[in-house]
Design a protein around this ligand. Structure first.
Ligand SMILES: [Mn+2]
Length: 364
């Protein structure tokens, strides 16, 4: 049998105030294309369907269109809740939907739900474990009695590590834990032939067994700039399991660029890559810039983040100059500030107002 493993869709997420809905629709469509091309039997969605427990209406519509598209291909869908989902809301009408080939396991009750699938290639036992506390998760896993005559596949939403080795982490995961204290060890999954995990946003294998994170289908933070997003194609044949990576191509990629404003907005520079990519721009200019974001966005409409290199740590005022600043009078400091912001000396009228205010302050 053939499965497609994805997760951490985070439908409805905004990144630096940009809605990702169009990008999400686009990438879900691509996942449906892959599912169709590979003629998979089932789609596994390993939690964090939505970004919030109360998703915006548009996000629900996007997911609704996606499940319909997949079901129209005759593919069964298995979904578990992640830490971002509301288990109850996600489970709405799940009893009815089950009969329609959309299986949603939202509510954690310390037990793994078991589904049995079979065709001419053999039997598969699928265990679904919605997001829950580690103690419950461990108990549920220990209680699972795998079928030695079938391929045993587990789907869970958890933070798994192999020994003391820290997995690849991203900024968009919002992990409440630090280090590996709250993680579960990968050895817990030893009895399964494939473990389809959700929670971490970088696609990766944990340890040396068949334990895989699908990762989010899109880059949701600049810490994921260099990740390649993908889905896993899992094929079972008798008691054997093979895993293949299918890369995803986003509508807009996420990149970081750095340089002087005047250079970055040059036509020959901007045309080197897709200018509609989501960008984090670091400007190296030393002088003050008026409306740098506005200038950048005329060339790169999707600038998400602007960093001024001269404001970065290491360029802070030294103790010497801080002391000098303290010894300066208020009108002197105002003149310097005005000069820095406006590029010219303040006029006499403005200075008079500051002098007056300064003298008043001294009197009090
Ligand atoms: Mn997630």
């Amino acid at each position: 049998m053939r499965f497609l493993h994805t997760g951490d869709l985070h439908i409805g997420k905004t990144v630096h105030e940009f809605s990702m809905l169009k990008d999400q629709s686009y990438i879900l469509n691509q996942i449906a294309e892959i599912a169709k091309k590979e003629r998979v039997d089932a789609l596994l969605i390993a939690g964090d369907v939505y970004d919030r427990s109360v998703p915006p209406a548009e996000a629900v519509s996007v997911f609704d269109a996606f499940v319909e598209q997949i079901r129209n291909l005759g593919i069964t869908i298995y979904v578990i809740s992640g830490n971002h989902d509301s288990a109850e809301r996600l489970s709405f009408a799940s009893g009815l939907l089950k009969k329609q080939g959309l299986i949603i396991e939202g509510e954690a009750d310390g037990k793994a739900r078991q589904y049995r699938l079979s065709d001419e290639t053999g039997e598969v036992c699928l265990y679904l474990l919605p997001y829950q506390k580690n103690t419950q998760l461990k108990e549920a896993l220990e209680a699972v009695c795998v079928d030695e005559n079938a391929v045993n596949i587990l789907m869970a939403h958890a933070f798994a590590v192999a020994g003391s080795e820290l997995p690849k982490l991203s900024d968009s995961e919002v992990l409440p834990q630090v280090g590996t204290v709250d993680a579960v060890d990968v050895s817990l999954f030893d009895k399964f032939d494939y473990t389809a995990l959700g929670h971490l946003h970088g696609a990766q294998q944990i340890g040396t067994g068949a334990v895989y994170y699908a990762g989010s289908p899109l880059k949701y933070s600049f810490s994921e700039c260099n990740q390649e997003k993908s889905v896993w194609l899992v094929e079972t044949q008798g008691r054997n399991v093979s895993v293949k990576r299918w890369p995803l191509r986003p509508l807009h990629d996420m990149r970081e660029i750095e340089g002087e404003l005047s250079v970055l907005i040059r036509e020959d520079i901007a045309s080197l890559a897709d200018r509609e990519d989501y960008l984090s721009v670091t400007l190296t200019d030393r002088e003050e810039l008026l409306d740098a974001m506005g200038s950048l966005r005329t060339v790169y409409p999707n600038v998400m983040k602007l960093i001024l290199k001269k404001n970065l740590a290491g360029e802070e005022m030294s103790w010497e100059s801080a002391k000098q600043a303290r010894e300066k009078s208020l009108p002197e400091l105002f003149s310097e500030f005005y000069q820095a912001v406006r590029g010219e000396e303040p006029d006499e009228e403005r200075l008079a107002v500051i002098r007056e205010a300064s003298e008043k302050a001294m009197e009090e």
